[in-house]
Design a binder for this molecule. Structure first.
Ligand SMILES: [Zn+2]
Length: 161
């Protein structure tokens, strides 16, 4: 990947992790929202069609590793499931909880790019956000209705994708 493309990917969020929103340091990764599914042996991409600029976002190494070859919704589910895993696997966690040191919530996992306060997607209308989300989940469908197409095009322009 050339330096210019890396710079443009960084600018998508002004140097914040696309998922958790932390400031990126020099070791930031380029993540594919829709995974390219690399072979563990040859590193060859099973889905090279996902290796395009629209699909590449800046990520901290931690989110990149956690997401691995999962879809966005798979990654969200993984994080959503953390409290269940902590309760199942760690007696220290259960002890701390039973003594009131930890309060669990049922908050939904919201990624940085979906967060209104991030300033990153707040430039989008609710419609544009809805269609962007749909596109992230199911792929961009330009054969859909006119409103959807227009909203997606507007969103892509606004996000400088
Ligand atoms: Zn992150």
């Amino acid at each position: 990947m050339d330096k210019n493309e890396r710079k443009l990917i960084w600018e998508k969020t002004d140097g914040k992790c696309y998922y958790c929103g932390k400031n990126l340091n020099i070791k930031w990764h380029v993540d594919h929202i829709e995974p390219v599914m690399r072979s563990p042996y040859t590193k060859e991409m099973h889905k090279p069609q996902n290796d395009n600029f629209e699909n590449k976002v800046p990520s901290c190494p931690r989110c990149n590793r956690w997401k691995h070859s999962q879809s966005l919704e798979g990654f969200r589910f993984d994080i959503q499931n953390l409290i269940t895993r902590l309760n199942r696997d760690f007696s220290q966690y259960r002890m701390a909880k039973d003594f009131g040191l930890i309060t669990e919530t049922e908050k939904e996992v919201v990624f940085h790019f979906e967060n209104k306060e991030s300033g990153y997607v707040s430039i989008l209308t609710d419609n544009e956000k809805r269609y962007i989300k749909k596109a992230l989940m199911y792929g961009i469908d330009f054969s859909g209705n006119h409103n959807e197409r227009q909203a997606l095009k507007n969103a892509i322009t606004k996000l400088r994708l």
